[in-house]
Every structure is written in C-alpha cells, then in structure tokens.
Design a protein around this ligand. Structure first.
Ligand SMILES: CC(C)(COP(=O)(O)OP(=O)(O)OC[C@H]1O[C@@H](n2cnc3c(N)ncnc32)[C@H](O)[C@@H]1OP(=O)(O)O)[C@@H](O)C(=O)NCCC(=O)NCCS
Length: 170
C-alpha cells in the first residue's frame, strides 16, 4: 500500500542527462523530435512514480513546442517536477535544454506539461498523495495546474459523444 502522506515537490524532482549519438539524429544531424519526446516522457514518468509510489501512465500531453534543435555530440539536460496533484492524476512539468559540454553553453529545447495517472495493482486509477504546499511558488503552481486541468477536461468532453461526457471526472 503506497503512503498517502503529502509529499514535498523536491522529493520527486528528476534530472536526466542524455548524450546525443548518431542513432538519435535525423538527416540534418539534429535529435529526432520523437526521441526527445521519449526522454521527456521517461523523465516525467519517474517523477510521477516517485511522487505517487505507484506505476503511473501518461494520460495527456499538453502542446509541446520544440524551441531549438540539439545536434549529435551535444547534450540534452532534462528536469521534471510535479507541478500539481489532483485525485489520481498529476501534472508534471518538464524542461529540456541543449548543452554544448565543451563551452558550457545552454539553450532552451522543450518545455512540456504531461498528465500522469497512478495505477493500482488491479490496473485502475488510484488516489495519489497531495503536494506539500509549503512555498508561495508551489501554491501558485498547484492553483495554475488546477486551472489548466479544468481546460483539459473541457476539451476532452468536447471530443466525446453527448452520452459519454459525464464519464470524465472533474
Ligand atoms: C489514463 C487512464 C488510466 C484513465 O483511465 P479512466 O478510466 O479514464 O479513468 P478516470 O476517468 O477515473 O480518470 C482518471 C484520471 O485521469 C484524468 N483524465 C482522464 N482523461 C484525461 C485527459 N484527457 N486529460 C487530463 N486528465 C484526464 C481524470 O481527470 C482523472 O484524474 P483525477 O482522478 O485526478 O480527477 C486510461 O485512459 C488509460 O489507461 N489510458 C492509456 C494510458 C497509456 O497507455 N499511456 C501510454 C503508456 S504509459
């Protein structure tokens, strides 16, 4: 049984560093967008599982913008943190940067928000611990995440047939 004691944001923050090899790149020598998305998803999944103490699955990915490319021989640095926690779902914010490890220069690569749902031993969504709202920054992050979640649920309802709209929680 996973603990439901509220958890502080830093307890689950995850950092990953990936070196870009030729097999990660397209014909221009830049990392494939799909490869970056896989690293973003992995970094976010580790964060969601650290927070919830459960297996967590990707339920939704907000608009994902590739800001600047990263080339073979350069480095992708990723950082994921829990932005907001709901009942069984969590919004995870991932920031990825490119880095030239020789000069130390860094540049923005991706800024993404993903919703993960914690899953119990029977494969059903299960409640997750709250976020400790111990700083103004975390309180703002939780409030902004709740507003974004309301928008996601509305958009998801819009894509359903009328008889199915009440099945979405929120
Ligand atoms: C994600 C999944 C578990 C949700 O299952 P479900 O039966 O719809 O569950 P519920 O309706 O009880 O919703 C569970 C949570 O998901 C949230 N959710 C559902 N659809 C959502 C959407 N489009 N956007 C954001 N959150 C959503 C609900 O709001 C709820 O969160 P809450 O408990 O914090 O309020 C299910 O759709 C699934 O397994 N999807 C496939 C996941 C997957 O294969 N991912 C890729 C590999 S990891």
């Amino acid at each position: 049984m996973a603990s439901m004691v509220p958890r502080p944001q830093p307890a689950s923050t995850t950092e990953m560093t990936e070196y870009v090899l030729p097999q990660h790149a397209n014909a221009l020598g830049n990392v494939f967008g799909g490869q970056i998305m896989a690293w973003v998803d992995l970094c976010a999944a580790i964060t969601a599982q650290r927070h919830s103490g459960r297996i967590a699955v990707t339920a939704f990915v907000d608009d994902l913008k590739f800001q600047m490319p990263v080339k073979v021989g350069e480095v992708v640095r990723l950082r994921a943190e829990v932005a907001a926690v709901f009942r069984t779902s969590m919004e995870i914010h991932v920031v990825a940067e490119g880095e030239d490890s020789r000069s130390g220069r860094r540049w923005p690569c991706v800024d993404a928000r993903l919703t993960f749902v914690a899953i119990d031993d029977e494969g059903r969504p299960t409640p997750v611990p709250a976020l400790v709202l111990d700083t103004e920054e975390v309180r703002r992050s939780q409030a902004e995440g709740e507003a974004r979640r309301a928008g996601r649920i509305e958009r998801a309802k819009g894509s359903l047939a009328p008889q199915d709209r009440d099945t979405l929680t929120g």
